[in-house]
Ligand binder design. Sequence first.
Ligand code: ZN
Ligand code: ZN
Length: 388
Amino acid sequence: MSKQDYYEVLGVSKDVDAKALKSAYRKLALKYHPDQNPGDDAAEAKFKEVGEAYAILSDPEKRAAYDRFGHAAFEGGGAGPGGGNPFGQGDPGDIFENIFSQVFGGGFGGGGRRRNGPARGNDLRYDLEIALEDAFTGKDTEITLPTAVDCDACDGSGAEPGTSPETCPTCQGAGRVRAQQGFFTMERTCARCSGRGKVIPNPCKTCGGAGQVREDRTLQVKIPAGVESGMRIRLAGEGEPGMNGGPKGDLYIFIDVSEHDIFERDGPNLYCPAPVPMVTAALGGEIEIPTIDGGRARVTVPEGAQTGRKLRLRGKGMPSLRGSGHGGDLFVEMIVETPRNLSARQKELLREFCECSGADCNPESEGFLGRVKKFWDGMTGEDGQRPN
Ligand SMILES: [Zn+2]
Ligand SMILES: [Zn+2]
């Protein structure tokens, strides 16, 4: 199922500012809110869709990731729980109701739900470029990434050590407060505790009460031999920490194998264009070529070989990723080289040599001239004249 572009969902342009974005969201969210459309599944789906689009585009970091990678920025590849959900786990109904409350400062009353259940942490993406040689051998490497971790000083509570969070005096721990407004009873998130139900009288000095700090983390990553560009390595539980005791998200390492100076890769096979001197191509002989393991191989050039001919070296390609079966092959693609800077004597010899002609001597020319003749014959008009 292909997802609609977030900007299109909200009917805004790519350069929309925060104010216009919020206003576009407000209009659509009001229109599709489940309380306005009881029992209408299509409206509810639409409500979630605009909520998701707004949640991403209103968050500068997520919006930047989305602009760069599209929906793929938030895809967990279906590899684990919560894959594909940019909000982590948790009740999706709560999530979108919550976005709505944040924008409107309250729900339609009555149906407001609290959001202090455990929620899974966000998945993270890390792009890693590796050399073709490393993709061949596999590699143990280290990556460093900024991440939010529980604050050590307060153990993630946000309260200065020795003190603890207290029940919010405004909402008595409910996280929401109710107020009469016209004929609506508005229930809104408690402003004092932001819906957490608890306040921190003495915030931790290290994290400022957030309970989490940004930190560079270094991780060991094992790149398996045979990886290809576009593959992802999942490190379970290495994503962002969850909220309220929820599990951590996952880290996805996106592999990009860089181009190589000598070898071109197509799946498990490697291709190596190699120049062959004209005389070697004519008489047959041997050329030496490099192999991806850093070694060298001698390749027999058959007598009369032409440009474009591929010589196969079995088992000299990339290894198979799972280590099962055999890997790919190396194809040496011959490019017959025309000599330059000839001496007078060499030129004389070549002129003598030129007397040789015919299909046996010039197979490519013969085929080509045959096709050209057929083409001209087909073009001949009724008057027998060839068009100019
Ligand atoms: Zn702290
Ligand atoms: Zn409160």
